[in-house]
Design a binder for this molecule. Structure first.
Ligand SMILES: Nc1ncnc2c1ncn2[C@@H]1O[C@H](COP(=O)(O)OP(=O)(O)OP(=O)(O)O)[C@@H](O)[C@H]1O
Length: 617
């Protein structure tokens, strides 16, 4: 049970077949990630080149420091060598200037590549989700999908933009520093590196813990997005207000928010002790170096040989070693970030690796344009179950067969839940028949090009969806290049033009979220005008006139009758008055076709239809 009780969306979260909420296991994840950078090989090569040059430049100053001390400031003859000192200092400054300039150019390239890779990933994910079948969206919460696109892709942004150059830069710096340290004194280098294996081991453990927390954080973020999306939509707010559940909704959000805060704090804190330990160790090394150097020099003097450790060596060595601290820490942080982002990448690729259930076959055909075939719809012994239905459950459609000839007007009537909308969804292949076949123009819809099929079918759903845009923009969704005259003609046919003309902004009126600025009937008529602009061969009207009053219903009915001209029309209706003129009426009950015929035939027959009709009279 969610905190705060059931949510706005009905709260059947437990029943929802959602995808793995925690970080899933994705095979070849590393390859998937490196593939993202493939299109940017040239830029990456430039970045790597710049990084190597600037890192190599970074080791010059410490080596110069040794010369400054031993040859410039304190030469064996005791008199500072000023000309040499000036050269050495000049060289040091030149190295700093050059490496800073390179770093600016490098940041520019890195930011460009990183952001483009992230942008590509975002668009790829968006496009992939668009291609997913309708069933995927009915099974998954919208907010959860949005969260993967925004929070998870956003979460890897830092890794994508900075990691490549940071890794290369820091590795080169570390190696260069290690080389410089070895050149200065191998004994002191051993001391500085002795604890490294322990640090690396501890780092791996911390990384695993943090990755686990990151998975949970993203899961909680997606739940928060889902709550926001559900509860702050117009429908959600309306429901919460009418049931006085705003307090409960805020409570639900607050509870998830508390979980999010806790996880964020845990994520930030995981590794802090580790980094504190590394910092103490690295900072203590110079002090230990002084001690050990003293011991080595004293021993060497006792035994009468030159240990090769001058004061210049010690100063240069501790300088290099302190320069090592930041790159090493940075590398450890990157390693941690990479482990953390694996969890996020896994969530992104889990979606990208999903195969849409409904796709074109390689040899998919164009739907027929032959007269007498184009617009013919056939159901041949179709049985259908929604994918999450148990096999033992009754099929939603059970051996349904019928044919609608081009230009015919047929209607489906029957009790609520009998399967009428499902029939409408199978025609444009929003779902696929489990058994039997649905055909357009005599060809199984599974053998046709999906987009071309969809171009020929217009659907007006029970609850038409309008974008938060102007009426004109919503209408143009049906025909992007429609002229104003075409918009008005379609609106007149759908009997909505006069209503639009009364709005202060006319066709430029913004309809609001999902069209809430409009009445139910206005919304339906705009949806009808939109489908008329699309001008499809087959029209599927799912209760398209249910929200209209009798006067408007007749007007729209007349418009639809006029618009039908030559079109195959399949109307799903509760109000029998709207379909009395149909060429054929099918009565659906419990997934079967119970009877069929014209209005008059069915009334004479005195069966289920006659009974329904009598009830409505
Ligand atoms: N996406 C879905 N996933 C699972 N089951 C579904 C889905 N959509 C509909 N159903 C179920 O399939 C059955 C038929 O639904 P359908 O919407 O086709 O009925 P209908 O005859 O159009 O009803 P109404 O007249 O109330 O619109 C119902 O029992 C419904 O619960």
């Amino acid at each position: 049970m969610r905190p705060g009780g059931r949510g706005v969306a009905g709260g059947d979260a437990a029943k929802q077949k959602e995808l793995n909420a925690e970080a899933p296991e994705i095979p070849n994840l590393g390859k998937h990630i490196t593939d993202l950078f493939r299109p940017y090989k040239t830029q990456l090569t430039v970045i790597i080149g710049l990084v190597i040059v600037s890192a190599a430049l970074g080791i010059a100053p410490p080596l110069l420091t040794q010369r400054v001390f031993d040859d410039g400031l304190f030469p064996p003859d005791g008199i500072p060598n000023l000309p040499l000192l000036a050269w050495l200092v000049g060289a040091m400054i030149a190295a700093f200037v050059l490496s800073s300039a390179i770093s600016v150019v490098q940041t520019h390239f890195t930011a460009r590549v990183g952001n483009r890779v992230m942008g590509d990933l975002r668009v790829r994910l968006f496009g992939h989700l668009q291609a997913m079948e309708l069933g995927f969206f009915t099974r998954t919460k919208t907010g959860v999908i949005q969260s993967r696109l925004q929070n998870d892709v956003g979460g890897v942004a830092n890794v994508l933009t900075n990691t490549v150059s940071s890794i290369i830069g820091n590795i080169v710096t570390v190696i260069a520093a290690a080389v410089a340290m070895l050149l200065l004194s191998w004994q002191l280098t051993l001391i500085a590196l002795v604890l490294m294996p322990i640090i690396v081991f501890a780092q791996r453990r911390v990384g695993q813990v943090r990755a686990r927390i990151a998975g949970k954080t993203q899961e909680s973020l997606s739940e928060m997005t889902a709550i926001t999306q559900e509860a702050l939509s117009v429908s959600g707010v309306l429901l919460a207000k009418t049931y006085s559940r705003q307090g409960a909704e805020t409570g639900r959000y607050a509870a998830e928010n508390a979980r999010q805060i806790d996880l964020q704090v845990r994520q930030t804190m995981s590794g802090q002790y580790f980094f504190a330990m590394v910092q103490v160790f690295m900072s203590a090394v110079p002090a230990i170096v002084y001690l050990v150097s003293g011991w080595i020099i004293a021993n060497a003097q006792g035994e009468g040989f030159d240990p090769g450790i001058t004061s210049g060596t010690i100063v240069a060595f501790t300088t290099v070693q302190s320069r090592l601290l930041f790159p090493l820490m940075a590398l450890m942080r990157i390693a941690l970030d990479l482990q953390t982002s694996r969890a996020l990448f896994a969530r992104i690729f889990e979606y990208l690796n999903l195969n849409p259930a409904i796709t074109d076959r390689p040899d998919a055909l164009e739907p027929s344009e032959r007269p007498g075939e184009a617009g013919r719809i056939t159901f041949d012994d179709v049985t259908f179950r929604y994918s999450d239905a148990e096999a033992s459950e009754r099929a939603t459609l059970d051996h349904v067969s019928f044919e609608v000839a081009p230009g015919e007007f047929v209607a489906f009537v029957g009790a609520s839940g009998s399967g009428k909308t499902t029939i409408g969804s199978l025609i444009p292949r929003l779902y696929e028949a489990s058994e039997g076949s649905v055909r357009y123009g005599g060809v199984d819809v599974r053998d046709l090009q999906q987009e071309a099929l969809m171009d020929r079918i217009g659907v007006v759903t029970q609850d038409p969806y309008l974008f938060h845009a102007t009426i004109a923009e919503n209408l143009r969704y049906g025909k992007p290049d429609a002229t104003q005259a075409e918009l008005e003609a379609a609106a007149k046919l759908a009997n909505i033009h006069d209503a639009i003309s009364t709005f202060a902004n006319g066709y430029d009126t913004v309809v609001g979220e999902r069209g809430y600025r409009l009445s139910g009937g206005e919304k339906q008529r705009i949806a009808i005008a939109r489908v008329l602009l699309k001008n499809p061969r087959v029209l599927v009207l799912d209760e398209a006139t249910s929200a209209l009053d009798t006067v408007n219903e007749r007007a729209v009915q007349r418009a639809l009758d006029g618009a039908r001209g030559g079109r195959t029309t399949i109307a799903i209706a509760h109000r029998l008055s709207t379909i009395e003129g149909a060429d054929r009426i099918y009565v659906v009950g419990s997934g079967h076709i119970l009877e069929s015929g014209t209005h008059t035939e069915l009334i004479t027959q005195g069966g289920a239809y006659a009974e329904l009709y009598a009830q409505q009279q």
